[in-house]
Design a binder for this molecule. Structure first.
Ligand code: FPP
Length: 242
């Protein structure tokens, strides 16, 4: 199979449709999340094959606390289990795992697993997989603004130094490049507070497939659609950034 002509550097993935997938089959919503986890592994392998260096996955949002206590417990507990079970394989695949999201409220046992996986894989040079847990784009931006305000108040930062480049250095994972391809499954066409700052110039691809049925072949199709887009970044003529 030939490689697509233009591959995004950073793919943002909203893994939507787990609940509907389960409902269609008369299963518990949690079964959809289990199947979704397998789909995410396939997408990581797809990124390795396609040469996509950054994949950022929306696992649990600051808004997901509104779900039933049982579902919240399942997603957090399952994430903790999966991180432990999968980290050696991801490490062997040269995947660098990192995470972002608010530590407050997140179970400390989950943030510990995330920290351990990040520590184990920190020197890997393959795909960077960023897991977003208790993450919200507005929360990330508000937290950056608060950190800037603290530095200004402490006298270590001058207000006139605050510009877009400086602001971006206060985000949760400052080395993450801008999102090139923002991909959402299940036919929903919303950002849902994901990577608001980083997606300012992203191309959006919405795929109707429910996430548990999504695999690397769908990723490849999305990358091909991305490759056929003209990216202008506000300019008059297309700008080619790869
Ligand atoms: C969206 O589907 C999915 C989530 C909110 C959870 C995502 C979690 C996983 C894929 C579990 C994997 C865990 C790890 C650590 C990778 P939905 O529940 O909103 O589906 P619906 O819109 O059909 O109800």
């Amino acid at each position: 199979m030939s490689a697509p002509n233009r591959v995004p550097r950073h793919v943002a993935l909203v893994m939507d449709g787990n609940g509907r997938w389960a409902k269609q089959r008369g299963l518990q919503r949690t079964e959809g999340h289990r199947k979704g986890e397998a789909a995410l592994n396939d997408i990581v392998e797809g990124c390795i094959e396609l040469g996509i260096p950054y994949l950022t996955a929306f696992v649990f949002s600051t808004e997901n606390w509104r779900r039933s206590p049982d579902e919240v417990r399942f997603i957090l507990g399952y994430s903790r289990k999966i991180l432990r079970a999968r980290r050696d394989l991801l490490h062997a695949q040269n995947v660098k795992i990192q995470w972002m999201g608010r530590r407050s409220r997140l179970w400390s046992s989950v943030s510990r697993e995330l920290d351990d996986a990040a520590e184990l894989t920190k020197n890997n040079t393959g795909v960077t997989l960023t897991m977003c847990m208790n993450y919200g784009g507005r929360a990330e931006i508000a937290d950056a603004a608060a950190a800037i305000a603290r530095d200004v108040a402490a006298g270590v930062l001058k207000p006139n130094k605050v510009d877009e480049d400086l602001f971006a250095r206060y985000l949760a994972q400052p080395e993450l490049p801008d999102v090139d391809l923002f991909l959402r499954t299940s036919g929903e066409q919303r950002i849902s507070n994901f990577l608001l700052w980083q997606s300012a110039f992203a191309e959006f691809v919405f795929d109707d497939t429910l996430f548990p049925d999504f695999d690397r072949s769908h990723l490849r199709r999305a990358v091909e659609a991305y490759g056929n887009r003209e990216r202008r970044f506000g300019a008059e003529a297309p700008i080619s950034l790869g």
